[in-house]
Design a binder for this molecule. Structure first.
Ligand SMILES: Cc1cc2nc3c(=O)[nH]c(=O)nc-3n(C[C@H](O)[C@H](O)[C@H](O)COP(=O)(O)OP(=O)(O)OC[C@H]3O[C@@H](n4cnc5c(N)ncnc54)[C@H](O)[C@@H]3O)c2cc1C
Length: 325
C-alpha cells in the first residue's frame, strides 16, 4: 500500500482542541488539496465529539476517533498501529509538552523520520520539504525525509488559522487499539490549572505586551502587567529578561521560547535580535518602544517609538484606561 494523506494528531485540553491543532488542520487541508489526498484528524479522547466538529470546520475530510485517554506513551503506540493500518504520508503533531514527547516516541516506534519544531511544510511535486530554522533562526533548512510516514512538529502560531467553516462535516471512523500493559507508564491523578498571572498563556493571546532587558528589573515589569491588564492582553518577554530572572520562562518569546501570532504585539526595551523576531513574525501589528533609534526591532515594527519605556508604558496605560472609562 502506498502512503497517502496528511494526518494531524489532535491534543485536547478541557474537551477542546489546542489551537495549534486547528492551525495544523488548515495547513493539512491546503496540502491535501494540492495532491488530491485527504486531510485527516486523529482524535484520542473519551469525549471526542466537540473536537471532531472543530476538526471538520477547520478542514478535515476524515476524522479518526479513539475513545481512549491520551498519554504520550500510549499515543505513540496507537499512532504506530494506526499508521500500519492506514499508511499516512505525513503526521503533523503540535510541539506542545506532550506532543514533543509523543512525536519522538512515535518516530522511534515507527522507525519514521522526524523534523521537529518546523516553520513550514511544503509539498512540491512528489517532494515533501520540512522547513526549520537553523543557526539561531538566521537560516532556514529544508529537511527531506526519504521514507513514509514522515512526522513533523509545529509550535503554536506557525500557521495562522483563518475563520473556521462551521457546519462542515465528513467521514468519521471509530477505531480501538488495545494498549498492552507495560506501555502506559503514566496515570492522570488530577488537573490543577496554573492561575499565576505571570505565566499567562501567550500562545493564545490576541494582545501581547513584551519586555526585554531594557525593562531593567522584575519590578519594572509591573508597569507592563498594568498595560496588559488595561488592554486585556498577556505579558511576554525576551530571553534576556527571562535569563535575568525577571519573568518566568513560560513567557519567553522566540526561537527557544514560544512562537506568538497576536493581533497586537508591543515590545518594550527589546532590541530585536533574530532569535526573538523569529517568534513574533506572525503578529498582525508590531509596535516597538526603544531608546535606540538604530535598534533592529524597528526594522520589523509597523510602528516605532524612540523613547524611554518608563515614560511611554504608564502613559499608554493611562490613555487606554481613559478610553475604556
Ligand atoms: C541559541 C540561541 C537562542 C536564543 N533564543 C532566544 C529566544 O527564544 N528569544 C529571545 O528573545 N532571545 C533569544 N536569544 C537571545 C538573543 O540573541 C538576544 O540576546 C536577546 O533576544 C536580547 O534580548 P533583549 O532584546 O531583551 O536585550 P538587549 O539586546 O540587551 O536589548 C535591550 C534593548 O533595550 C533598549 N532599552 C534600554 N533601556 C531602555 C528604556 N529605558 N526604554 C526603551 N528601550 C530601552 C536598548 O536600546 C536595547 O535595544 C537566543 C540566543 C541564542 C544564541
Amino acid at each position: 500500500m502506498s502512503n497517502q494523506n496528511i494526518w494531524v494528531l489532535f491534543e485536547l485540553s478541557g474537551g477542546q482542541p489546542k489551537r495549534v491543532c486547528l492551525e495544523m488542520m488548515q495547513k493539512a487541508k491546503a496540502l491535501a488539496a494540492q495532491t488530491s489526498e485527504q486531510a485527516v484528524a486523529l482524535i484520542i479522547d473519551p469525549a471526542p465529539e466537540a473536537a471532531a466538529a472543530q476538526a471538520f470546520a477547520n478542514g478535515a475530510d476524515q476524522v479518526i476517533i479513539l475513545r481512549q485517554k491520551f498519554f504520550f506513551e500510549s499515543g505513540a503506540y496507537i499512532l504506530e498501529k494506526l499508521a500500519e493500518k492506514y499508511a499516512p504520508k505525513v503526521i503533523m503533531i503540535g510541539a506542545t509538552t506532550e506532543g514533543r514527547d509523543l512525536a519522538a516516541a512515535a518516530s522511534i516506534r515507527m522507525h519514521a523520520g522526524i523534523a521537529s519544531e518546523c516553520s513550514d511544510l511544503i509539498v512540491a511535486g512528489t517532494g515533501i520539504y520540512w522547513m526549520r530554522p537553523s543557526y539561531d533562526g538566521k537560516l532556514n533548512t529544508n529537511i527531506c525525509i526519504q521514507d513514509y510516514p514522515q512526522i513533523g512538529t509545529f509550535k503554536p502560531g506557525i500557521f495562522k488559522a483563518a475563520e473556521p467553516e462551521e457546519g462542515r462535516s465528513g467521514q468519521v471512523t471509530e477505531e480501538t487499539v488495545d494498549v498492552p500493559a507495560g506501555i502506559l507508564l503514566t496515570q492522570l491523578l488530577g488537573f490543577t490549572p496554573d492561575d499565576d498571572l505571570t505565566k499567562a498563556n501567550i500562545e493564545d493571546a490576541q494582545i501581547i505586551v513584551a519586555g526585554g532587558r531594557g525593562v531593567g528589573s522584575a519590578e519594572g515589569f509591573g508597569q507592563l502587567y498594568e498595560l496588559a491588564a488595561a488592554l486585556g492582553g498577556s505579558v511576554g518577554a525576551s530571553r534576556a529578561a527571562v535569563d535575568e530572572g525577571w519573568i518566568s520562562k513560560d513567557c519567553q518569546i522566540g526561537i527557544t521560547g514560544k512562537t506568538v501570532a497576536p493581533k497586537l504585539y508591543i515590545g518594550f526595551g527589546i532590541s530585536g535580535a533574530v532569535p526573538h523576531v523569529n517568534g513574533i513574525k506572525g503578529s498582525d501589528v508590531i509596535v516597538a518602544v526603544n531608546t535606540d533609534p538604530n535598534a533592529p526591532i524597528f526594522g520589523v515594527a509597523h510602528y516605532g517609538i524612540v523613547a524611554d519605556l518608563n515614560v511611554i508604558c504608564p502613559a499608554l496605560t493611562k490613555k487606554i484606561r481613559e478610553i475604556k472609562g
